[in-house]
Design a protein around this ligand. Structure first.
Ligand SMILES: [Mn+2]
Length: 431
């Protein structure tokens, strides 16, 4: 006898995969753990006659000669399978997680994918197994739940194709939305309530900031929504939550910022994650949450992104040339300093800029003896050292120039090159 089962705390992807297993392995008995997610339970109680499932108690385990495991790769995630594990029963495995596998399967299909049902639908399509609209609906609920309606980064093109296939097979979207866990459900409510109860607040750089450490059980979708709501409710400038997943020994750090001074995306990139100035997250394995909190606070205290000025990025001292130097001398100087251009300065006053590009204007070789002032660009676009790097980039694009003399009180104090600007945009800030 073949038996199909999935992980405890069964979600729609697990349930869908078990039912898909009964199609791929005709005669195999579907067995669900007792711990099933509430929305799955609700779905099953309404569709009892359509989806026949069993509990482990109803099964004579001694008759099982093959165990088909779906949506997990670990014995510890299965319910009461010790007997089969000890007997070393033959295992077939379908899993989309990038987890360590301890099932030692005789056959497996493990591939990183948005939803496990997508892997099984590959086989269903290959064998041309017909689906009822109810099966297609259940499979699509599983697919949507595990991929966040195809919005999670883990979702693949194959997941999207599989969703299309299920819609062709008359998956019913109104039934789907009735059962699909709402983005802001009970789990999310509980976590938000927990955060609001403790609500640690502090001032960093005169901004109201909150950094939480929250323990969570199992997988919770949409934690970023919780952090977002938390920041809004308390009217904080910045909210960061470190969610600790005991089971997986990993932490998810999620931040939201409404303040220009604190760039969450940059903080998260420093922690190996990503995001944009207002929102970001990072996943860190095996870290001590207290240390992570210190790290986040440290980054917030030191993260001066929006107050990074041209003065912090510009190069100096500035090599300059005088208007009467010959082009030949300038070329030699360019080679010597490894520069692509120089400001041309007369009595401390900026009169132009000469760059390698200007040498293309030379038509005859004797022009190399001509003075710089004949070929220099006199647009004299400059920038103040207290301007932002964004302003520098804007000027470079607008005037199509690769360097901006940085001028304070009429004197050149530095030069801002295209690469200095790029350094800022790619977070390669000077120490
Ligand atoms: Mn899954």
């Amino acid at each position: 006898m073949q038996m199909i089962t999935t992980h405890r705390g069964t979600d729609f992807d697990g349930l869908a995969s078990v039912i898909a297993g009964t199609l791929i392995y005709p005669g195999a008995v579907p067995v669900l753990p007792r711990a099933i997610n509430p929305n799955c339970k609700a779905f099953l109680s309404i569709h009892k006659d359509l989806f026949e499932t069993h509990t482990i108690k109803e099964i004579d385990l001694s008759r099982v000669d093959r165990l088909i495991v779906v949506d997990t790769s670990k014995w510890s995630r299965l319910e009461r399978m010790n007997e089969l594990q000890e007997r070393g029963v033959e295992v077939f495995l379908w899993d989309h997680h990038e987890d360590v596998c301890d099932l030692n399967p005789a056959w497996k299909c493990t591939e990183s994918m948005g939803a496990n049902i997508t892997l099984m639908l590959r086989e269903i399509q290959k064998q041309d197994i017909p689906l009822t609209p109810m099966q297609a609906t259940l499979f699509l609920i599983g697919l949507y739940e595990d991929t966040g309606n195809l919005t999670f980064p883990s979702a693949t093109a194959e997941d999207a194709h599989a969703a299309g296939f299920l819609l062709e097979n008359k998956a019913n979207l109104s039934i789907l939305s009735a059962f699909l866990q709402p983005a802001y459900g009970q789990k999310q409510k509980n976590i938000l309530f927990e955060m609001l109860k403790t609500a640690p607040r502090m001032k960093i750089r005169n901004l109201s900031v909150s950094v939480h450490i929250i323990n969570i059980d199992g997988h919770v979708n949409n934690l970023s929504l919780v952090v977002h709501m938390y920041r809004e409710i308390l009217n904080l400038d910045v909210a960061v939550a470190i969610f600790v997943h005991k089971e997986h020994e990993d932490c998810i750090v999620i931040g939201r910022s409404n303040a220009d001074e604190i760039n969450i995306g940059q903080i998260m990139r420093s922690m190996g994650g990503g995001g944009h100035p207002g929102a970001g997250s990072a996943m860190i394995k095996g870290a001590n949450p207290r240390k992570l909190k210190e790290w986040v606070l440290e980054l917030m205290r030191g993260n001066q992104q929006t107050s990074v000025m041209v003065r912090d990025l510009m190069s100096y001292p500035v090599f300059t040339v005088t208007p009467d130097m010959s082009m030949a001398q300038v070329l030699e100087f360019l080679e010597e300093k490894g520069c692509t251009g120089f400001p041309v300065v007369d009595n401390d006053r900026l009169v132009g800029v000469i760059s390698r590009r200007d040498f293309k204007k030379l038509k005859k070789s004797d022009q190399m003896r001509s003075p710089v002032k004949a070929f220099m660009s006199t647009k004299n676009i400059t920038i103040d050292p207290d301007k932002s790097p964004t302003e520098a980039a804007r000027l470079m694009v607008k005037y199509d120039i690769g360097r901006l003399p940085v001028v304070k009180d009429g004197r050149i104090v530095g030069i801002m090159s295209r690469s200095d600007t790029m350094r800022y945009f790619y977070d390669l800030l000077p120490d």
